[in-house]
Write a protein that binds this ligand. Structure first.
Ligand SMILES: [Zn+2]
Length: 495
């Protein structure tokens, strides 16, 4: 009896110690986060001429069609429009055309020893889906400013960034401001179809022996009502992006007439292989960028979630299970598996000689196209099903540091313009041009400084794409702040 009492006592002490540790962790959670404003300040005023400069840029149909086709004239006209619209910029900065229609600007810094920075955006837009033209409130390439918005394809993705960057540079020049670091502006012409332009720009910089201190491209945004359980907006700075792999599975069989079927059937065998794949998803894991998102946003959640997130040494399996339960959460904690094609059979009474399926994976940093194909092959575990990657695929990006001077510069610029937002590192699920700069930069960030929520996000690549003029004014203010924070050295000796 006495032994039992001792065990009970020891257990109680252990539980109490656990509660104390979890309590301390919870109290400390988020303690190093910067102060946040309670509400968004009013957007800076924007004059009619500035609004018209964005609307005017939307009128050039710089569409990237599938297969990489585009109308060269539209890009040439847009380039000429930029020269006419931003005279100071085009007088002070050197400009060159790369890979046909991508643009690279160089703004020489006063300190040749300081590493340059690069602000990236893209000139091309996605096509308007055939048959949806009439659903637009204003025609997609009319470039209309009305009801507090600039409307049209590209008004948001990504001409808002191109024109806002140029507005910020033009203002700095008008104010007599000069950068200490050399500033590159890189506007790709084919981001929506792979980004050959950005690749060529990076190769050109590399050939010139240039190493960049920081690259900032589009990617994540200032998200409102998107991060579950978090009321304040979250300015998510993408420090990495997922890759993709399309894997083709082909099962072959003898075929013949269906009146005398053999036991082996190509469709049945392929269906079983696909079934094994979908029943065995890639393991969920918390990578650095997602842990960073939770560390920054967790403190704004309710107490139960705060306790859970502050004690991930104990609760990580629970956190992963919870996140993996929703499609968007799952996409951020695992390499996803989506069966997107299944073709077999031509006639009701003919046994198929082959059955084919395609599985599309989105790769979390840590996986590669090769490792994913190898795992699919192992899970399918049927040597009569050929498994191979098609369409090239793309490995995930490197993970940029979510600390250090370049990240801090982006963080400070975001906090200045969005003082009510939580600034957090994060993972970008889609692809951008940013990854192409890996040969010349270690600190690559993906952030389009525009506030958005679930309803507006449907317009991205969709019908009635638009940007609120107030949000556009904040985007200009952000790039202006970026130049202050990143193109000047933070302190003597800091590079
Ligand atoms: Zn874009």
């Amino acid at each position: 009896m006495r032994v039992l009492r001792w065990i009970g006592f020891a257990l109680a002490v252990a539980l109490l110690a656990l509660a104390v540790v979890m309590g301390i962790n919870t109290a400390r959670f988020g303690g190093d986060a910067p102060e946040r404003a309670a509400a968004a300040p009013p957007a800076p005023a924007l004059d009619a001429a500035a609004i018209e400069r964005l609307a005017g840029a939307v009128r050039f149909p710089t569409i990237s069609y599938e297969g990489g086709r585009y109308d060269a004239g539209a890009f040439e006209n847009l380039a000429a429009y930029l020269v006419a619209s931003f005279p100071r910029t085009h007088a002070a900065l050197a400009r060159e055309t790369v890979a046909g229609h991508s643009l690279l600007y160089r703004w020489a810094g006063s300190d040749p020893a300081a590493k340059p920075i690069l602000l990236a955006a893209h000139l091309d837009v996605v096509p308007v889906e055939a048959g949806t033209e009439a659903k637009w409130t204003h025609p997609p390439f009319a470039g209309v400013a009305a009801d507090g918005y600039v409307w049209g394809r590209g008004a948001w993705d990504d001409k808002s960034a191109v024109i806002a960057i140029l507005e910020a540079v033009e203002r700095k020049l008008a104010a007599g401001w000069t950068p200490e670091r050399t500033v590159y502006l890189a506007f790709g012409h084919d981001e929506e179809v792979g980004g050959g332009g950005a690749q060529a720009i990076a190769a050109l910089l590399k050939a010139r022996g240039i190493a960049l201190d920081l690259v900032l491209d589009e990617g994540s945004m200032v998200l409102e009502g998107v991060v579950p359980g978090v009321a304040p907006p979250v300015a998510l700075i993408g420090v990495a992006e997922k890759g993709f792999a399309s894997v083709e599975l082909v099962a072959t069989a003898e075929g013949g007439h269906s009146s005398m079927p053999a036991t082996d059937n190509a469709i049945g065998r392929l269906a079983e292989g696909v079934g094994r794949l979908t029943a065995d998803p890639f393991p969920a894991r918390l990578i650095g960028p997602m842990a960073g998102t939770l560390d920054r946003t967790g403190p704004a959640m309710g107490l139960p979630m705060r306790i859970v997130l502050a004690n991930r040494w104990l609760t990580e399996p629970l956190v992963l299970r919870t996140m993996a339960a929703s499609p968007s959460g799952s996409a951020s904690v695992r390499t996803t598996t989506a069966v997107t094609m299944f073709n077999a059979g031509t006639k009701a009474n003919v046994l198929p000689q082959a059955a084919r399926a395609v599985v599309n994976h989105r790769l979390l940093p840590g996986d590669t196209v090769d490792s994913v194909v190898a795992r699919d092959r192992a899970v399918i575990d049927d040597r009569r099903i050929a498994v191979r990657a098609i369409d090239g695929g793309r490995n995930p990006s490197l993970v940029s540091p979510a600390e250090g001077p370049p990240y801090a510069a982006v963080e400070r610029a975001a906090s200045r313009v969005f003082p009510d937002a939580i600034v957090a590192p994060g993972l970008v699920i889609a692809g951008t041009d940013a990854r192409h700069y890996e040969p010349v930069a270690r600190a690559i960030y993906r952030f389009l400084p525009v506030r958005t929520g679930p309803a507006e996000l449907k317009r991205f690549h969709g019908t009635d794409e638009r940007i609120a003029i107030a949000d556009y004014a904040r985007a200009i203010a952000f790039y202006d702040a970026m130049l202050d924070e990143a193109a000047r050295r933070a302190a003597p000796g800091v590079r």
